[in-house]
Design a protein around this ligand. Structure first.
Ligand code: SAH
Ligand code: SF4
Ligand code: F3S
Length: 462
């Protein structure tokens, strides 16, 4: 991966000028509501967006309908993500009739798709601002233009080679923070649109990453999640990912996690880090996608089933308690029943703590979208159900195996089902709910696991 220039500091200073200009405008929106529709990187972008909007003098508004500015941070990884975004946009048309001053902004991966912004501009003229993934940092300038010119702004940039430092940010909370370490993806898995909308791989300088972690630590971070589409191919300032992890571990932040890892780039050094590093949590999300060599080859994943199984073995040798999770695609074009069953058998062999399963969704512009696909959707739905049933049984067993253990939980929130309980994750990444007060949020709690549910554990505080 080549190292790329950082967007010039002067450009961020310019954007800060626009933030000030907007703040002084009489008719600017006073409140904002952001809807994040994608992955963790999408959420991290929303934190930067929130930071910029706050600097423009807007406050967060939790109820969407009440906000003066609504921003959709879209995703397009599967068709349903896109349909959801477009469905929401149409709903906004009605809202705008009631609230003509409402400012509607749509950005993120979907708007960066080829031809999408032009289509949206033509079909949804009530959208005030459409921007993409590569020009997120120009949001202040665009908001200013919408207000000053009183007409829609549609700006998509194709330049994808930059790393932007120094954007304002408003984090979700103080105790568990996302830290981007790299952007984009060069892997071009044949089903995936991400490389087209997020651009080429580029890493942040290790010093910039470390400085951000130190700042977060000073602000009280208990856990950081390092983010990238493929963190294993991080290469910033000559440092590889494992080296970066060792440096971050020395800072002493209690918990470090990262995602996502690509099996083809998972190095022995990184596996070793799970045995050595004090603060690296025993959890790894390692998407396998398929258990069939032929399908893996046609997906352009560049590893085999045997290689994946070997990685699992090495990881468990280095860190016996490691919790592995995965992503799996069912119904890739041309996938036979036998090939699907190879995925089932891999799942049985590995025994993931959890797996996110998806029916293959053709994405325009990707190679696999051109492959013939004769399996009807109903058949794929039946197959994925077989996989889900199998994984649920395995997940339940993994959860049950925790009963009786004592674990330190970083409390994240009040439990959704029971307001007298709070919930958080064990080192292995499993969710535990236990009776407790909201003042525990953001703190570590020692908990004994008392029972296992379908997806979560229950416990009691020690
Ligand atoms: N960079 C990460 C994740 C990318 S998207 C990785 O490589 O693992 C998250 C998941 O969405 C992928 O792991 C894959 O399982 C799924 N996915 C991506 N494109 C898809 C498509 N066209 N149809 C169905 N699932 C898809
Ligand atoms: Fe998509 Fe593959 Fe890149 Fe992941 S590694 S983002 S699945 S192209
Ligand atoms: Fe979606 Fe973009 Fe993430 S397509 S999964 S929001 S990188």
């Amino acid at each position: 991966m080549k190292e790329r220039p950082v967007v010039a500091e002067s450009e961020m200073l310019r954007q800060r000028e626009f933030m000030k200009l907007v703040e002084k405008m009489e008719d600017r929106p006073r409140s904002y509501h952001i809807v994040s529709m994608g992955c963790q990187m999408n959420e991290r972008d929303s934190e930067s967006i929130a930071g910029m909007l706050r600097e423009m003098g807007m406050r967060p508004e939790p109820v969407r309908e009440n906000a003066d500015l609504i921003l959709y941070n879209t995703c397009c990884v599967r068709e349903n993500a896109e349909n959801k975004a477009l469905g929401n946009v149409i709903w906004l048309k009605e809202l705008k009739k009631e609230k003509p001053d409402l400012m509607i902004c749509v950005g993120g991966c979907m708007t960066q798709e080829k031809g999408m912004a032009a289509m949206m501009k033509a079909r949804y003229p009530f959208i005030d601002l459409i921007y993409g993934t590569h020009n997120l940092y120009k949001l202040p300038e665009y908001v200013y233009r919408v207000l000053a010119e009183k007409r829609p702004v549609v700006e998509i940039m194709d330049i994808d080679g930059e790393v932007v430092e120094g954007m304002p940010e408003a984090r979700r909370n103080r105790f568990n923070a996302f830290v981007n370490i790299m952007y984009g993806c060069d892997n071009f898995c044949t089903y995936c649109i991400v490389p087209y909308v997020r651009g080429r791989e580029r890493s942040r300088e290790p010093e910039a990453v470390i400085a951000e972690c130190v700042r977060l630590q000073d602000e009280g971070a208990q856990e950081i999640m390092l983010l990238g589409q493929n963190v294993n191919s991080y290469r910033g300032g000559g440092a590889e990912f494992a080296e970066l992890l060792y440096r971050i571990d020395r800072l002493g932040i209690p918990r470090i996690r990262f995602m996502t890892s690509h099996p083809k780039d998972l190095s022995d050094e990184l596996i070793h880090a799970f045995a050595e590093l004090r603060h690296l949590m025993p959890q790894l999300h390692l998407p396998v996608q398929s258990g069939s060599d032929e399908i893996l080859r046609r997906m352009n994943r560049r590893y085999t089933r045997a290689h994946y199984l070997e990685l699992v073995q090495k990881l468990r040798a280095a860190c016996p308690d490691i919790g592995l999770t995965s992503d799996i695609i069912v119904g890739f074009p041309g996938e036979t029943l036998e090939q699907f069953e190879e995925t089932l058998s891999l799942v049985e062999t590995v025994r993931f703590d959890a797996a996110y399963t998806f029916i293959y969704s053709p994405r325009k512009g990707t190679r696999a979208a051109e492959y013939p696909d004769e399996t009807p959707y109903e058949v794929k739905s039946e197959l994925i159900q077989r996989l889900i049933d199998l994984q649920q049984a395995i997940s339940l067993e993994a959860l049950k195996a925790q009963v009786g253990k004592r674990e330190t939980v970083l409390v994240e929130a009040v439990s959704t089902r029971d307001s007298a309980s709070v919930g958080g994750k064990t080192p292995r990444g499993m969710m535990v709910n236990f009776p407790g007060k909201p003042d525990l949020i953001g703190k570590m709690a020692d908990v004994e696991i008392t029972s296992a549910g379908r997806n979560t554990l229950r416990g009691r505080m020690l």
